[in-house]
Design a protein around this ligand. Structure first.
Ligand SMILES: C[S@@+](CC[C@H](N)C(=O)[O-])C[C@H]1O[C@@H](n2cnc3c(N)ncnc32)[C@H](O)[C@@H]1O
Length: 322
């Protein structure tokens, strides 16, 4: 069996290795064999959810790793799901973990307010009908309801989120928005609902989305601008800042470079909504980074009680024509 690697493993044991196998074994067992033969990459291959694995050119779903068989003549390719290195990779892993522990709260927030679905409708208005849609940062699969007449393929860095999205979308896989494991022109459209600002190399993600969308297709998304009372930023007024790896002004510049257009969307929201929004563990991290979860949630309740009763939650929607 031939095994090819991309990224850190390749620099430890080479881009390609050959391992003899006597009889057909599962993909999972095949990877166990690599770990036995090359102890120096044992830890790299502990969590397979962080790899896109292809067998003879076909991308495997996570639940196929146990069942799909590999023969001695087969070719396995392992591509890390998270792009970049150093600081960027670290930020992505933290964000992925934060969304992992956010899954149940995120889901109940969405059931209560249907907020991310409202944002997704703005994307739907821009894209119209598309047969095959890539949903980058799919979360729990909210886009599936809105694009009910399309096949939606989700991709998300959080295995917990993908676990739920898989039941709601045509398919979903774990991966990084700035390293899409798809061939050029594979989709009719790509959507980034409430995610682009979370990707440190966000412009790379937009360019990769343009690559995987066919000619005359569309790349669309929504991104957060802030909470306002008139012209005043209300979080700033109470001494807080929603820190983002790819802030909206940088998002906007990147969209401009790709000849995209943006429109503003605004929602009148109550303080309770804002407290619930920032009580999602991943969101509380944006206000109070590097703090224990319990402390963050306590601070959300305490500090956000100083917000006005109602305010405008301002977002923008972008459209890039391919
Ligand atoms: C605010 S949620 C939005 C989820 C979904 N689009 C929706 O509308 O409900 C952001 C999602 O982006 C995912 N995410 C963050 N960084 C990512 C990256 N680099 N690649 C892929 N997904 C990412 C998170 O795990 C999370 O599920």
């Amino acid at each position: 069996m031939i095994v090819r690697f991309v990224g850190p493993i390749a620099s430890k044991i080479g881009k390609e290795v050959e391992i003899r196998i006597e009889k057909e074994i599962s993909v999972e067992e095949a990877i166990e064999k690599i770990r036995e033969h090359y102890p120096q990459v044992k830890n790299d291959l502990l969590d397979l959810s962080f790899y896109n694995i292809s067998l003879n050119g076909e991308l495997l779903k996570k639940d196929e790793l146990e069942t799909r068989k590999v023969a001695d003549t087969d070719i396995l390719i392992l591509i890390p799901a998270i792009a970049g290195g150093g600081k960027e990779k670290k930020i992505k892993l933290i964000i992925g973990r934060n969304f992992d522990i956010s899954t149940p709260v995120y889901d109940s927030f969405e059931r209560k307010y249907g907020f991310f679905a409202r944002l997704a409708w703005e994307i739907k208005k821009k894209i119209g009908y598309a047969e095959l849609v890539l949903d980058v940062g799919c979360g729990t699969g909210v886009l599936g309801e809105v694009f009910s007449d399309s096949k939606v393929v989700g991709l998300d860095i959080s295995p917990g989120m993908v676990g739920i999205a898989r039941n709601r979308l045509y398919d979903a896989l774990i991966g990084d928005g700035s390293r899409l494991p798809f061939r050029d022109s594979s989709f009719d459209a790509a959507a980034f609902n409430a995610v682009i600002f979370l990707i440190p190399d966000g412009e790379k993600a937009l360019r990769d989305a343009v690559r995987v969308v066919r000619e005359n297709g569309t790349v669309c998304g929504t991104y957060i601008v802030g909470l306002f009372e008139g012209d005043e930023e209300v979080l700033e007024k109470i001494g807080l800042n929603h820190s983002l790896p790819f802030p909206w002004k940088s998002v906007e510049k990147a969209i401009g470079r790709l000849n995209g257009i943006t429109d503003e969307i605004s929602f009148r929201v109550k303080r309770e909504f804002v407290v619930d929004f920032y009580s999602i563990p991943a969101m509380s991290n944006a206000l109070f980074p590097k703090m224990e979860l319990e402390k963050r949630l306590e601070l959300v309740k305490q500090k956000l009680s100083n917000l006005p009763d109602e305010m405008d939650f301002v977002w923008r929607v972008f459209r890039i024509s391919v």
